[in-house]
Ligand binder design. Sequence first.
Ligand SMILES: Nc1nc2c(ncn2[C@@H]2O[C@H](COP(=O)(O)OP(=O)(O)OP(=O)(O)O)[C@@H](O)[C@H]2O)c(=O)[nH]1
Ligand SMILES: [Mg+2]
Length: 223
Amino acid sequence: MSETIDPRQKILAANAAAAAALRSSFAAAGTLVLNLISSPGSGKTTLLEATTRRLVQRLRLGCIEGDIATERDADRLRALGIPAYQILTGGACHLDARQVHRALDEAVFPPLDVLFIENVGNLICPTSYDLGEDFKVALLSVAEGDDKPFKYPAIFARAEVTVITKSDLLPYTSFDLDAVRRQVTTLNPDGVLLATSSRTGEGVDAWCQLLADRLAGKRRQPA
Ligand SMILES: Nc1nc2c(ncn2[C@@H]2O[C@H](COP(=O)(O)OP(=O)(O)OP(=O)(O)O)[C@@H](O)[C@H]2O)c(=O)[nH]1
Ligand SMILES: [Mg+2]
């Protein structure tokens, strides 16, 4: 009897192999790599802009942007003086490890301390695709509603860090931060949750400190 292989499992296995190769090269380079995942418009690029403004003098930063169309997000980060490469998926709802590998080949980035990978705006598809990152970051904006972790559990369970964005909008909404905290803790008891506003700067220093701590932790580990 012939064994049938689920095509999705085959794709994910090929992706896992490509991600493992990326992870070893990031370890050898001592580069901390983050995979940022959230709905469209939740504030990924704006948080990266705020992060870049704070850290660009101290750390060598770079960015891979994933979008269906346009170079807009990569242009926003280049304008702040960091190298950024735009992957255009042409319709695909997530990035995969082979695209990241090709992007790194084409971009020829200088040595980096931190590489941000901003995934295609989507809380579902990017969740299953390992990109060789150190950890996934799930972002949830106050404007999206406080029920999202339990509605999209996979990403909030897998992301080591959840960043609530647009906290400046809290006074104008019924968003219950404690309710979100409880959901995230249930899904991922070891996860970290930060509330931030790229507009007021609230929580952005704590986010930058988390990046610096994770980078130092990675550099202490043998490659
Ligand atoms: N009030 C407020 N608005 C914000 C904040 N961060 C981002 N925005 C606004 O939210 C909108 C979307 O922000 P982006 O950073 O482009 O969102 P994104 O997640 O990168 O979007 P995609 O790349 O399309 O998925 C922009 O109009 C931002 O100005 C914030 O902290 N507070
Ligand atoms: Mg963006």
